[in-house]
Design a protein around this ligand. Structure first.
Ligand code: MRU
Length: 366
């Protein structure tokens, strides 16, 4: 299914439900084709979901989490098992495959555990199947709701006329809808504030240039693109009032794993007294993990050595390609969640959040 960019109604990005199950298939947007083509893909089984995640057709921590839920839903939907134990075996196999796709964003593990932690409560295959399908929808819908609350909460931190720098794509496309960092910007604009955005291109895969610029342009939110290496200069020149980024994993200590380059931006922001905000839903928090337990994904060297499919470095040269980095808590001014805005000391504020969400069942993974 193809739609040209020009056919998209204005404002569509903020309203996107980026993933859904329709007639037994998972329907989502192929993000590798944007911004030139808006192409929907239909995934038939969990293998295809895993492949789409590995190839970054599906990307962004919260969207990967929702996709994992739908990967399991496809397995349940297609299963011919007559016994619950046999269906659970199939689901366990799919869960194992999903967990191997991308290691850094914790939302994937969270979604898998949220479903797999409850599968043994069912005695009939039909009940188990219905549970997995409903739970996948619930994970997706809760993500959209959380983002809308994050947006409204975070918008209070932005002033009319602010220039906001963001990195990578933490928009509707990276989530089940609305977005985290871009959700905050979107909500501030919905409140009537005039916000200008500076988006980093985000080498090597250009999520900022391809996706963030696309989302903002589709809503006529003013955006200027910069290369990643311009960040220090642009901040030093006082062209940025605030930085807002998303996250792939946040530890109880306040350490934030996010797209490679985030740490460098946080250093420049700190050096020049520019507030550095992180916007993320609870599914991005890893309250039990440590710095050592975060696996930074290293992707193919070709992503760095080539640009638009063309080699840009001598044949004999190799490359490093870590996809994420970790920003220490001392560089993070505040973390915006659906439960409110958290300030340092994070050891204290995040521990309180961990306790209150586990006692209310919000972080319940079964
Ligand atoms: O490699 P990607 O494109 O999946 O990385 C995405 C990011 O790093 C985002 O900033 C993060 O997932 C937050 S998305 C709301």
């Amino acid at each position: 299914m193809k739609t040209s960019l020009r056919d998209l109604p204005l404002g569509v990005a903020g309203l996107l439900k980026t993933i859904e199950m329709k007639r037994g298939k998972v329907v989502t947007i192929d993000q590798t084709k944007l911004p030139h083509r808006y192409v929907k893909i239909r995934l038939e089984d969990c293998d295809e979901v895993c492949q789409a995640i590995r190839e970054m057709r599906i990307r962004g921590a919260p969207l990967i989490g929702s996709a994992a839920g739908y990967g399991l839903a496809l397995t349940a939907h297609r299963s011919k098992s007559k016994a619950v134990t046999a269906m659970i075996k199939e689901l366990e196999h799919s869960a194992g495959m999903l967990m191997k796709t991308r290691p850094t964003a914790v939302n994937l593990r969270w979604a898998v555990q949220k479903i797999m932690g409850r599968v043994r409560l069912f005695n009939h295959v039909e009940d188990l199947r219905a549970f997995v399908l409903n739970e996948a929808d619930r994970i997706r819908d809760e993500d959209i709701r959380s983002n809308i609350v994050i947006g409204k909460t975070g918008a209070a931190l932005l002033k009319d006329g602010d220039s906001v720098l963001t990195h990578c794509n933490a928009g509707a496309l990276a989530t089940s809808g609305y977005g985290t960092a871009l959700g905050v910007i979107r909500a501030a604009v919905e409140e009537g504030k005039r916000i200008k955005v500076i988006a980093t291109e985000t080498r090597p895969l250009l999520q900022g240039a391809r996706l963030t610029a696309y989302e903002l342009a589709s809503e006529r939110i003013p955006v200027k693109l910069i290369t990643d290496s311009m960040v220090g200069h642009v901040i030093q020149q006082k062209l940025v009032d605030k930085v807002i980024v998303g996250a792939d994993r946040i530890l109880r200590t306040g350490h934030v794993a996010n797209k490679i380059g985030t740490y460098t931006i946080s250093l420049a922001a700190k050096a020049h007294g520019v507030p550095f905000y992180v916007a993320a839903p609870l599914s991005t928090f890893d309250f039990t993990g440590s710095l050592e337990s975060i696996v930074i994904e290293h992707r193919k060297e070709e992503e760095v050595l080539c640009l638009a499919g063309k080699r840009i470095a001598p044949r004999s040269v190799g490359a490093l390609n870590p996809a994420f980095d970790i920003t220490p808590p001392e560089n993070v001014t505040a973390i915006i969640t659906e439960e409110g805005v958290l300030f340092p000391p994070y050891e204290v504020t995040l521990s309180k959040l961990a306790e209150s969400t586990s006692s209310s069942g919000r972080m319940d993974t079964g």
